[in-house]
Ligand binder design. Structure first.
Ligand code: THU
Length: 160
């Protein structure tokens, strides 16, 4: 039997974003300025809005021992969960600047490891986390992490 998975998401212009989402993206853009990426020169920033209105930001932190580095998304979401464990993340905005310092022209989808880490948060809080992928040409609005990671591995799979 053949099966199909469909991902629903929107592409919107800056003008089509509401005030709250614009604010979150601006915070992600600012966070990218503080990224530590001397090896890739790819500066990722993200901002997470929690259900109490607090915004947490993060960026990628690289290391001379490459695997020790961490993506922006995990920097932010782990900080959020370690400091505000009672508050669900409702939206995460992600963007990046390239070597030339300009923001990306195409939205940056989070890497596989970050999708898995973000998914865990949806399972903890039983609430979808919207994902905003900002670029200079368009912004993708993805309704939940589930949409980015179909056929997912979760803790329930170990229960037998
Ligand atoms: N990076 C992120 O921070 N988030 C992603 O979703 C993709 C990649 C970082 C990791 C590394 O510091 C640099 O971008 C190049 O891969």
């Amino acid at each position: 039997m053949k099966k199909q998975i469909i991902v629903n998401y929107e592409s919107v212009s800056w003008e089509q974003l509401d005030q709250q989402d614009r604010e979150l993206i601006e915070k992600a853009k600012t966070a990218s300025l503080y990224s530590y990426a001397p090896f890739s020169q790819f500066h990722v920033g993200c901002a997470v809005r929690l259900d109490n209105g607090i915004i947490i930001t993060g960026n990628n932190q690289e290391n001379a021992s490459f695997p020790c580095g961490t993506c922006a998304e995990r920097s932010a979401i782990f900080y959020a969960h370690s400091n505000y464990p009672d508050h669900a993340p409702t939206t995460i905005a992600i963007t990046a600047r390239q070597q030339d310092g300009n923001f990306i022209k195409q939205p940056l989808p989070p890497c596989g490891a970050c999708r898995q880490a973000l998914l865990e948060m949806e399972h903890i809080y039983l609430k979808p986390m919207r994902i905003l992928l900002y670029s200079t040409t368009e912004t993708f609005i993805i309704p939940s992490v589930q949409d980015l990671l179909p056929l997912q591995f979760t803790a329930s799979m170990m229960e037998g």
